[in-house]
Design a protein around this ligand. Structure first.
Ligand SMILES: *[C@@H]1O[C@H](CO)[C@@H](O)[C@H](O)[C@H]1NC(C)=O
Ligand SMILES: *[C@@H]1O[C@H](CO)[C@@H](O)[C@H](O)[C@H]1NC(C)=O
Ligand SMILES: *[C@@H]1O[C@H](CO)[C@@H](O)[C@H](O)[C@H]1NC(C)=O
Ligand SMILES: *[C@@H]1O[C@H](CO)[C@@H](O)[C@H](O)[C@H]1NC(C)=O
Length: 369
């Protein structure tokens, strides 16, 4: 009779047998995220903190059955027991980085049931940031008002403090749907004039709080001080390229663009127009065509490959662009839900149950234990 205790289990925990040994998952995420996963588990796992770039697991025994988080920060081919690359979010590791013996899964259970309110509030935050620039105003103030020769290097007060109000703005909801109507409700409550477009009617009378609703996107681009782009994004071929040179030049020269997804954006046009033709036009960019921030599959650069920027570094550094790390939906409630979802998949794996959020199944079932 064969006593099937793998050598690796003996090395790890000489006092236990394989059947009672803890399974090991490596966490390429924050210690707080690992702790949240731990607190939701009902099966026995050892969760090892690898740090966000994987460095913490570089010299560890390659015992992980699961890598959680930014899995492709590690060379996954050196993990012979790997069964699952479990993302901690809706992005997932580029499949070519994950050996076919392992499955790939995303976190599930938040979007689309939840997330609309988060995204809508983020749109309003982006508009407030554009109107008030609090951090920049504060930095300029500290620089001059607390200098030895204060206030001799301060700008005139009218320059240092002058600003408009959100209630002065016409806010255009390009794609008036689930997210768009929540943005409209918040913007109108702040006193802004809100207009919207969608593909199909009825358009008249406009649903409150809109001043008008129409299928005419170009009219919205011409009238709005802020264009909030809430059309269906990645995966919807029909909206690809909606943000292009023509549409950007239809916008008012001082307008702000707030897109909620990357799919509709022609990034080359956006960069060229904001840099060369419309220096006063602005964009808040939270969704990207590359890097670890590319929905849905993400490729994360070092240590496995060259730096993988989320988009053009030129675009990200323009003074009229505010680049952000896909934070619109990912609030504390999101991360709580994501940790629960990861724990459910660890439990499912330990119990031999189906996984959630599978992007790619393992090509073969490897029974190491
Ligand atoms: C204040 O800002 C408004 C809007 O940008 C501008 O039109 C106006 O000239 C500014 N006033 C002063 C005194 O700078
Ligand atoms: C580019 O923008 C114009 C103006 O809004 C629009 O009519 C056109 O369909 C857009 N192109 C693409 C490929 O979406
Ligand atoms: C990653 O996503 C991009 C854009 O959605 C797609 O073109 C590409 O084929 C995907 N790659 C893999 C390996 O899934
Ligand atoms: C993975 O396998 C399960 C069970 O066979 C199947 O239901 C599911 O559709 C597969 N998922 C993918 C992405 O292939």
């Amino acid at each position: 009779m064969c006593v099937c205790v793998p050598l690796i289990a003996l090395l790890l925990s000489p006092l236990t047998t394989a059947s009672t040994a803890k399974r090991t998952a490596w966490v390429v995420e924050s210690p707080a995220f690992a702790a949240a996963v731990r607190s939701s588990l009902s099966t026995s796992w050892e969760l090892k903190d690898c740090s966000a770039n994987g460095a913490g697991c570089a010299v560890s025994l390659p015992d992980a059955e699961v890598v959680i988080g930014r899995a492709d920060a590690l060379d996954l081919t050196r993990l012979p027991r790997l069964k699952l690359a479990q993302s901690s979010t809706y992005f997932y590791a580029a499949p070519k980085a994950v050996p076919s013996r392992a499955a790939i899964a995303t976190a599930t259970g938040f979007w689309p049931q939840r997330g609309v309110e988060q995204i809508a509030e983020w749109c309003i935050a982006a508009i407030f940031q554009d109107v008030y620039r609090l951090a920049a105003a504060s930095a300029a103030f500290v620089e001059c008002a607390f200098a030895a020769e204060a206030p001799s290097s301060c700008a005139a007060a009218s320059e240092a403090t002058n600003h408009t109000m959100v209630s002065d703005l016409t806010i255009g909801i390009y794609g008036y749907g689930r997210i768009g109507s929540e943005v409209a409700r918040r913007a109108a409550a702040l006193g802004a004039t809100v207009i919207g477009t969608k593909r199909s009617g009825p358009f008249v009378p406009p649903p409150p709080p809109l001043k008008w609703l129409s299928p005419d996107n170009d009219r919205l681009l011409r009238e709005a001080d802020v264009v909030v782009l809430t059309v269906p994004g990645t995966g919807h071929a029909s909206t690809a390229g909606l943000v292009n040179r023509t549409s950007l030049l239809l916008m008012r020269p001082h307008a702000l663009l707030v897109p909620v997804s990357a799919g509709p954006i022609n990034f080359g046009d956006l960069e060229a127009v904001l840099r060369d033709e419309r220096p006063k036009q602005r964009a808040v960019i939270d969704t990207w065509p590359g890097g670890c921030w590319h929905y849905p599959n993400a490729s994360c650069g070092p240590p496995l490959g060259p730096p993988d920027f989320p988009g053009s570094p030129v675009l990200a550094r323009l003074p009229n662009v505010l680049p952000l790390p896909s934070l619109s939906m990912r609030d504390a409630a999101y991360w709580r839900s994501a940790a629960d979802s990861v724990a459910r998949n660890l439990d499912a794996l330990a119990n031999g149950k189906p996984l959630e959020g599978v992007v790619r199944n393992a090509s073969d079932v490897v029974s190491v234990i």
